[in-house]
Unconditional design. Structure first.
Length: 198
């Protein structure tokens, strides 16, 4: 099987890039590398999710599949009294997220290597954010939805971005089987932002 960005230990030769992005009204500098998702810049889906997400002040937030950190770090920057836990299976992504948190002066984050949500199943969160790893397969994506349900406080919400052509209708149906209320918050260039409330 060819290696993907959800490999635990990417073996791709390093190809470090530095990218600047404006997210949530603030400029971020990210260091990226080969073997992580969207290494040349923050992908459109993640930007759409960041623009749509609503985070209560002081919230406890989980970013699943954080990559080099754009979603989780943007979330942390808008809730300075809150805390964002960022998880990814990819150890290269985890190291980059740690560097990027430091580079952007963001301290209200915890960054953990985790296979899906395995390392945080004992914790509880107000909000879970994910741009799920579609290429990992439907089973993996649906497992993330199930595990997110487990770790959310009652009334907590899961926010996801998914392209229509990459299974948004199936994802929506799966979410409806688990969560009490599922709604499409927005559409942007074929991407759907879906909010599921426990």
């Amino acid at each position: 099987m060819s290696e993907h960005y959800y490999s635990k230990n990417p073996t791709a030769a390093h190809d470090v890039h530095r990218v600047e992005e404006t997210l949530v009204g603030r400029k971020f500098t990210f260091v990226t590398d080969a073997g992580v998702f969207s290494k040349k810049g923050v992908d459109y889906g993640s930007k759409a999710l960041i623009a749509a997400m609503e985070l209560p002040e002081g919230a406890s937030v989980l970013d699943v599949g954080c990559g080099y950190g754009p979603i989780g770090l943007a979330a942390a920057s808008v809730i300075p009294q809150g805390k964002v836990t960022m998880v990814d299976i990819n150890e290269r992504a985890i190291e980059l997220s740690r560097q990027n948190a430091e580079r952007n002066g963001i301290t209200n984050v915890e960054i953990l290597q985790s296979d899906m949500l395995s390392e945080v199943m004992e914790r509880r969160f107000d909000v879970v954010l994910t741009n799920p790893p579609i290429r990992a397969g439907k089973e993996t994506v649906h497992r993330i939805f199930e595990q997110a349900y487990e770790v959310l406080h009652p009334g907590g919400s899961l926010w996801i971005v998914i392209q229509k052509k990459q299974g948004a209708p199936t994802a929506f149906a799966k979410l409806e089987s688990l969560y009490s209320k599922v709604s499409e918050i927005g559409k942007d260039k074929g991407y759907r932002i879906i909010k599921a409330v426990k």
